[in-house]
Design a protein around this ligand. Structure first.
Ligand SMILES: [Zn+2]
Length: 307
């Protein structure tokens, strides 16, 4: 039987007198094997990943586990509690400050502790993100472990030219840790289908690694994107989406959504597909109040995608 130990990382003491702990669950298997790390909530407003981890640990049978799992369900508890992308205390984005700084701002201190107390000990790393409070997203990055990225089972994959500086993945990639970044769910819609897919995806990655017993599910037909554009509105107001099919194809110039003013009743902005043949990677599935500069839509370019 695998054993589970709660091993939080101690960061420091808050002004309120409470200790700042970053949660880590260690599950040790009966057989030798790799250390697989799973994190969620690096961006606290992306609560779907946190729920996936919670339900994964409560529903998946871990008997027969090889090696160990290190699970960090809420990497930034401050931003999770505040449902914000950044840490309210210093307004920093945890996933832009890795590898952190032991003598830096609070978020940088947290990143440093996560590197030393979690990331460094991994052989494989899966980081769960989602779309946040209003947008919904659905793709998986190919970083340095294509088979594992594919095994998660999403239809759209993305092979970026370079890794964004300051991300947890920039650290694990540098350490040659096989890494997968999942973007799944979010937005003002029921998350249960995304949560189910997240649990199944994690399980299939662990089976692919032979860390858990059981049959590996072959992935569906997948498209590997090389180019994704993020379309951020220039005006705030009410965003009325016109494409609400995740993974659906869109044509050049097609209207993706409109930002309107609920004050003056004017149409402030029309957001269109910039590619001749695009695919919806991130959209708003429901009308949403937005500020300028948010993640409005993300469109993949099918013309440059891998067959
Ligand atoms: Zn994120």
């Amino acid at each position: 039987m695998p054993t589970r130990i709660y091993r939080p990382i101690h960061v420091g003491t808050l002004a309120s007198g409470t200790g700042l702990l970053l949660p880590v669950h260690e599950i040790k298997g009966d057989r030798p094997g790799p250390t697989v790390g799973i994190s969620a909530g690096i961006h606290g407003e992306e609560a779907t990943g946190v729920e996936i981890v919670y339900r994964f640990l409560h529903t998946v049978e871990l008997n027969g586990l090889a090696g160990r799992l290190l699970v960090m369900p809420v990497a930034n508890p401050f931003s999770y509690a505040a449902v914000s992308r950044g840490t309210p205390i210093d307004m920093m984005n945890l996933n832009r400050v890795f590898p952190g700084n032991a003598g830096g701002h609070l978020t940088e201190q947290m990143a440093h502790k996560i590197v030393e107390g979690f990331l460094r000990s991994l052989d494989v790393y899966v980081d769960l993100h989602s779309g946040g409070s209003t947008p919904t997203v659905d793709y998986v990055y190919i970083i340095n472990a294509e088979e594992l990225s594919r095994a998660f089972g999403s239809r759209l994959l993305y092979r970026p030219k370079e890794t964004l500086n300051g991300t947890s993945i920039s650290v694990t990639r540098g350490l040659n840790i096989r890494s997968v970044v999942v973007e799944l769910g979010g937005g003002r819609v029921d998350q249960s289908a995304y949560v189910s897919r997240g649990i199944a995806g994690l399980l299939n990655i662990l089976r692919t690694l032979d860390v858990l017993p059981g049959p590996v599910s072959p992935p569906p037909a997948q498209v590997v994107l090389r180019e994704i554009v993020t379309l951020r509105p220039h005006h705030g107001g009410l965003l009325l989406p016109e494409v609400t099919e995740m993974g659906g194809e869109v044509r050049g110039g097609q209207v993706l959504g409109r930002v309107v003013s609920p004050y003056s009743m004017e149409e402030l902005e029309v957001i269109r597909c910039p590619f001749e043949r695009g695919v919806v990677v991130l959209t708003h599935l429901a009308p949403s109040v937005v500020e300028p500069g948010i993640y409005g839509f993300m469109i993949g370019n099918l013309a440059t995608a891998e067959a």
